[in-house]
Design a protein around this ligand. Structure first.
Ligand code: DP6
Length: 334
């Protein structure tokens, strides 16, 4: 009988962004980052471990409601991570992995953070290894996805952990109940990104503004942390808006440049500014893609969502909110 586990891990949206690595292979960032864990956007992963078996691993991905072998580009990173984990814990055997995202693949929301954390948790438990949250964060990060370090916790999460220079793991700075916020994801394009984050981290330092960004981030991180501690949305909004523009300024001024924005991205940003002028407490951030995460307090969500749906070029609005950390249970559900 194989040992079978299903794990679920949340995606996260960075308020202060990881962009640029001191050591990309070892996943050591140039600057600290801080994110909000999401609730609805999660990855579910079932792992079955056949101890002593010598068959090749099986890596499946759910698409359009059916499980199928994952595409080569996707399974290569997963296969390498499985070898890493099995070697570290000295276990011989075959793994069957099946993964599903609770958010549409075409939403352009990074699934590697939630995906690698769910995978790491399911595999560790199937192999009989009990990881503390900080260890889960560290092993998830070692997949190559730095943002996965933050998906090991709920609420608001900083990587590297506050007060340490060690990039091994992230740590929570506030839990989800402390300050529930909404994240309305305005989908303006569902095509996959042309330049990967991995490539982006490599190009970041070629921007003439990158050094300046590194000087500005610590102060902005303090502001975001203070705003979260005091539940001060206006303070958070200014820092989050500024950080998102800075990130894309670095991308656009890298050599060669990276342009993720579409015309509708700019239209959504203009609408967010208009809503703020009208007194609605909203702010906007984007990761390595054209879709805009519009953050707001719950009482503003209905008005903000209706306004975003009216913007030309917005295909869909996914409503999410602050969420809790990963969970696991016995059995293979996929
Ligand atoms: C812009 O190297 O963690 O989202 O592995 O694709 O998830 P993936 O990317 P990763 O870089 C994340 C870049 C970012 C900012 C952030 O999440 O901090």
């Amino acid at each position: 009988m194989p040992s079978e586990i299903t794990a679920e891990a949340p995606s996260n949206i960075a308020l202060i962004k990881y962009w640029g690595a001191e050591d990309l292979g070892a996943v050591v960032p140039c600057n600290p980052s801080l994110s909000m864990t999401l609730d609805r956007c999660r990855s579910v992963c079932s792992a079955s471990f056949f101890e002593g078996d010598r068959r090749p691993d099986e890596i499946l991905l759910e698409r359009d409601g059916a499980l199928a072998p994952a595409p080569e580009s996707f399974s290569r990173r997963i296969a390498a991570h499985l070898v890493r984990l099995r070697t570290a814990w000295n276990r011989q055997g075959t793994l069957r992995i099946a993964t599903r995202n609770t958010f549409p693949a075409e939403a352009g929301i990074a699934s590697s953070a939630s995906g690698f954390t769910a995978l790491t948790l399911a595999v560790s438990r199937a192999l009989g290894i009990e990881l503390a949250p900080a260890e889960l964060s560290n092993w998830s990060r070692r997949s190559g996805s730095g943002s996965a370090s933050r998906s090991a916790f709920g609420g608001y999460v900083q990587w590297p952990a506050p007060g340490t220079a060690d990039a091994a793991s992230a740590a929570p700075v506030a839990d989800a109940e402390h300050w529930p916020l909404c994240d309305l994801v305005a989908i303006v394009s569902s095509s996959s990104k042309e330049v990967s984050s991995l490539e982006g981290h490599q190009r970041a330092a070629t921007s003439p503004y990158f050094r300046r960004r590194l000087e500005l981030v610590p102060g902005r991180l303090d502001t975001v942390r203070e705003a979260i501690a005091g539940r001060d949305f206006a303070r958070l909004a200014d820092a989050v808006d500024e950080e998102a523009i800075d990130l894309h300024l670095i991308m656009m001024s890298s050599r060669p440049p990276i342009f993720y924005w579409r015309p509708a991205t700019v239209a959504v940003l203009a609408e967010v500014r208009r809503l703020r002028r009208e007194g609605l407490a909203v702010c906007a951030t984007m990761d390595a893609g054209p879709n805009v995460h519009v953050l707001c307090e719950p009482q503003c969500a209905a008005d903000a969502e209706a306004a975003l749906r009216r913007v030309e070029g917005v295909e869909e609005v996914l409503a999410d909110r602050t969420g809790t950390g990963p969970v696991w249970r016995q059995g293979a559900e996929l």
